[in-house]
Design a protein around this ligand. Structure first.
Ligand SMILES: NC(=O)c1ccc[n+]([C@@H]2O[C@H](COP(=O)([O-])OP(=O)(O)OC[C@H]3O[C@@H](n4cnc5c(N)ncnc54)[C@H](OP(=O)(O)O)[C@@H]3O)[C@@H](O)[C@H]2O)c1
Length: 333
């Protein structure tokens, strides 16, 4: 196939542990082998992309590299699987953007078994407003609603203005749950109310310092995106037979609790791994988002940017300052 040149964000290690980012021309010959070549129209910015873009070797081992764990676009050629030229598709997770050139380039080449056909009723852009963050929120909410109904009580969402948190708040609210949002952003209450939070508590109030093994119980469910003291407090404050999900570690990867919430209150703690989510569950979550979970967003929820504007947004997300979602639009001029 004829070589195509295109724009990419390229992260380079200029000196040991010093990384720079620039927009560079690359070609399809630079992409890894794979079954399906995709012209990417949209990607999105996730916390993990910011780690990859700043040289975090827990995410990306080898540089130069193009991050972007999400991509949505059109199949250019396919050697395998049930995909044809022109199909609209999306990819979230697997190795995309980690050690496989990702969606911050205008083309990706990937194995067929990473690729999801764009669900009917969803546009490429809508799929990337969700992206990995939304998909992870969907997996978390799916876990909670298996056991918990809106009548069972309030659901706590932590990191509530961030990507995963804000989609979780929006979705739970759409499904009729009373959502209490934890946020560190003092001026975010209008935003959180608009996406459906009934109540807001500060990070400080959400992190108990007493060291007690269990606390007064309040939450019928918890979608945690931050880890650390806030997750520990949420587990200790969960109602009997409640469901807690855990996906992130922006506050801390540590979890300092003991077994009492589990053996005295039957609290269930579920880990969420969106990267390696099995394909049948993956398709189920995407289908739900295209149908009964279809979300509408208030003005300002999603910011659409180009590759050139990534630098600023990477800095913001690393400082915990992202609010809502950032979609990257490739113009293919
Ligand atoms: N397991 C998985 O499959 C999976 C998938 C996606 C993401 N994740 C993880 O989930 C986490 C959130 O991802 P994201 O893309 O939603 O990131 P994000 O957009 O940056 O959102 C994280 C939010 O957490 C809050 N926060 C930031 N720093 C904090 C701190 N030090 N203490 C407490 N809260 C803090 C902020 O919200 P407020 O200002 O509102 O508090 C921030 O907006 C990350 O750790 C990411 O790696 C995991």
């Amino acid at each position: 196939m004829e070589k195509i040149t295109f724009n990419s964000l390229v992260v380079e290690e200029t000196q040991k542990n010093q990384f720079t980012r620039r927009i560079a021309q690359r070609s399809t010959d630079d992409l890894p082998d794979g079954d399906i070549l995709i012209k990417v129209h949209f990607s999105s910015l996730n916390y993990k992309d910011a780690l990859s873009a700043t040289g975090n070797r827990g995410v990306t081992k080898n540089y130069p590299h193009t991050p972007g764990i999400d991509a949505a676009g059109v199949v250019i050629s396919s050697k395998k699987g049930d995909f044809a030229k022109g199909d609209e598709v999306l990819i979230t997770g697997y190795d995309l953007g980690m050690n496989t050139s990702g969606g911050f380039g205008e083309y990706v080449r990937v194995p067929a078994d990473w690729v999801v056909k764009l669900p009917k009723g969803m546009t490429l852009k809508e799929s990337m407003i969700l992206g990995t963050a939304g998909f992870t929120a969907g997996m978390s909410v799916f876990r909670v609603i298996q056991d918990i109904t809106p009548q069972d009580g309030e659901i706590l969402v932590t990191g509530a203005t961030g990507g995963v948190g804000s989609i979780a708040v929006s979705l739970l609210s759409k499904l009729g749950y009373n959502v209490v949002a934890v946020s560190g952003k003092k001026d975010a209450s209008d935003f959180l109310k608009k996406i459906g939070a009934k109540d807001i508590i500060s990070r400080e109030d959400a992190a108990d310092k007493s060291g007690r093994p269990v606390l007064k119980s309040r939450w019928a469910g918890v979608v945690d995106t931050v880890g650390g003291e806030i997750l520990a407090t949420a587990i200790k404050s969960a109602l009997p037979w409640s469901v807690v999900t855990c996906c992130g570690m922006v506050a801390s990867a540590d979890l300092n609790i003991n077994v009492f919430p589990f053996i005295l209150r039957g609290v269930k703690l579920f880990g969420i791994d969106s990267q390696n989510c099995p394909m049948d569950h993956r398709l189920q979550i995407w289908r739900l988002f295209s149908d009964e979970w279809s979300l509408s967003y208030p003005d300002g929820f999603c910011q659409e940017i180009t590759l050139n504007e990534l630098e600023h947004n990477i800095a913001l997300i690393l400082k915990g300052m992202q609010q809502g979602r950032v979609v990257v639009h490739h113009n293919h001029n």
